[in-house]
Design a protein around this ligand. Structure first.
Ligand code: OSB
Ligand code: MG
Length: 369
């Protein structure tokens, strides 16, 4: 494989509904889409960084900068034998995992298209379909929240995840449990608590949650270990795990019992697979987290979710969960309620609809050498 040209697009897509978390309120999703060309084949990658650094240090601007200044010039017109080389080539760049994952994802897609194999199969995927969960933003009107949940349960979602923050935690969870006593339910705090909140976090044990996701600071694994010793609800780490090594250390410390793998957060598909494998060896189940991706990022998530240790329903939902119109030729949809089929077409298995891309386009640059 030899990449002759790369296009970067900055897109801004309106969300169907406002999405509130402990990190803020969103009305749009702004992100980078990357196309890598070799001959007639095009590989697609999506950058999951947000426009402001509330989830991680990276943003759309920092990723654009890292890709343009360092990564794109170093891959153009250079022979690549396997996508795993990318991780090694850019090991010297510290951090910037979401920027790295953007180009690495496009390289994986392109590699698979040239090889005429699906991304899922090439990654070692074994599942024909994946189980879909929904992530629900903060909704202060509890009646509306319960009404929305009726719809999600009827649509077949396999798991509900409620975003929580101090002042919006026990009460909505209790209300959901009273109405839906057995629905698979979890909470995601996006780092909104500290060990000072330990009594409140212990109180959550009564609700039979599948897990609580990232209750404590985004860069912590020590306090999470202390917390996990004190509560019965399994802790799942999201923000704190940025590499396979982070995962190994968190598991050894007892900081979590479950790990959320986000391809962007850990620097790409090669690293996601490694992380998946060490979790499998150590008996730690994983699931694929979402970052409100377009169809392109969803397609990458579906492929990685087909690996054997993704045993818990993830965040990957149909395109229509967030988008009025997605940018892929076919939208991501349920083929059975709560289930998304893993494509067996070459690469990610979804094409790009250029007309829709134009509707959301803010900036486009073409890179050739
Ligand atoms: O913490 O999982 C998270 C969205 C943006 C940033 C962080 C998170 C989320 C979500 C939504 O929970 C997941 C999705 O449905 O794509
Ligand atoms: Mg999370």
């Amino acid at each position: 494989m030899n990449i002759k040209r790369i296009d970067m697009y900055r897109l801004k897509m309106p969300l169907k509904d406002v999405f509130e978390t402990s990190m803020g309120v969103e009305t749009h999703r702004e992100f980078i889409l990357l196309s890598a060309y070799d001959g007639d084949e095009i590989g697609f990658g999506e950058c999951v960084a947000m426009d402001i650094p509330v989830y991680s240090e990276e943003t759309v601007d920092t990723c654009w900068h890292m890709l343009e200044q360092y990564m794109i010039p170093a891959v153009l017109n250079r022979d690549i034998n396997h996508p795993d080389e990318f991780h090694e080539q850019f090991r010297w760049i510290r951090g910037n995992k979401m920027a790295k994952a953007t180009l690495e994802g496009a390289i994986w897609d392109l590699y698979c298209k040239i090889k005429d194999v699906s991304l899922a199969k090439e990654l070692g995927g074994v599942k024909k379909e994946i189980l879909s969960g929904i992530s629900m933003g903060i909704e202060k009107n509890i009646d509306k929240l319960l009404h929305d949940i009726e719809g999600y349960v009827a649509a077949g979602y396999k798991r509900l995840k409620l975003k929580i923050k101090p002042g919006y935690d026990i009460e909505p969870i209790r209300a959901i449990r009273e109405r839906f006593p057995t629905v698979p339910l979890m909470a995601d705090a996006n780092s909104a608590y500290t060990l000072d909140d330990i009594d409140l976090l212990k109180e959550m044990d009564q609700f039979n949650l599948m897990m609580i996701e990232q209750p404590l600071p985004y860069d912590d694994i020590i306090d999470h270990a202390t917390l996990q010793r004190e509560i019965n609800t399994p802790i799942c780490l999201d923000e704190s795990i940025k590499s396979t090594d982070d995962a190994r250390k968190a598991i050894e410390l007892g900081s979590c019992k479950i790990i959320n793998i986000k391809v962007g957060r850990v620097g790409g598909l090669s690293e996601s697979k490694r992380l998946h494998d060490i979790c499998e060896e150590r008996g730690i189940p994983v699931w694929c987290g979402g970052m409100q991706e377009s169809g392109i990022g969803r397609a990458h998530n579906i492929a990685i979710s087909s690996l054997s240790n993704f045993t818990i329903p993830g965040d990957t939902s149909p395109s229509s969960r967030y988008w009025i119109k997605d940018i892929t030729t076919e939208e991501v949809e349920f083929h059975d309620p709560g289930k998304i089929a893993v494509p067996d077409k070459p690469g990610i298995g979804y094409g790009l609809c250029q007309d829709t891309v134009s509707d959301y386009l803010i900036r486009r640059e073409v890179y050739v050498k």
